[in-house]
Design a protein around this ligand. Sequence first.
Ligand code: C5P
Length: 240
Amino acid sequence: MTKDPKIIIALDYDSADAATKLVSRLDPALCKLKVGKELFTAAGPAWVETLSRQGYDVFLDLKFHDIPHTVAQACKVAASLGVWMVNVHALGGRAMMSAAREALETLPQRPKLIAVTILTSMGASDLAELGIQEAPRQMVARLALLANACGLDGVVCSAQEASMLRQQIGIGFNLVTPGIRPASAARDDQNRIMTPTGALTAGANYLVIGRPITQAPDPLAALQSIQQEINLPSLLGAQA
Ligand code: C5P
């Protein structure tokens, strides 16, 4: 058990009932929870607030991307739900990220604010079509450095980018990595995957894990088995 669990379970469900079924078997000391657009749209803010009140660190993954004022206000409302982490799109730019950070700074207890760099679903040709000639990896680094310069607390990135970003930005900047698959799990539709241990060793602070836990015959056992794997003594240095 840890006060700062490294595993964030992605609650990718289309109803509060379905998510509650899993959450009722979990414990805030074992994991954090991620609520994305699908579940948030179905279950609403009151349900998110309930999760926070139950003691869960909730990552509200709504990826805000709008004009600075709108994003700043949205972040403030998200913070009022008691969540642990919120996020914005780094492509919203310096003014938008700075406005979000400044809005949260005024609060007595603020959530961590992180940025999505380049969606892992996008490749070089998708970027070229948008007029972006830089390679995805370089764009990820560029946007992560910008997020850091704007005072954000970290970024969502692929575990395969974690060591590059850790080298460029140093410690204290949170790297939150999806696309995590224990060696024995199915890849599903994720292409650029890494094991939980591999991601932490590469410099990730938190691992977003969905289907390997939520679709497992026994989700709690799946979570505990990943916990055991990442708590091996050889990794404790990497997690500090
Ligand atoms: O089920 P799985 O472990 O693939 O779920 C990963 C979670 O991380 C999903 O909620 C997905 O939307 C999210 N995510 C991702 N890749 C990103 C950003 C978020 O898979 N680049």
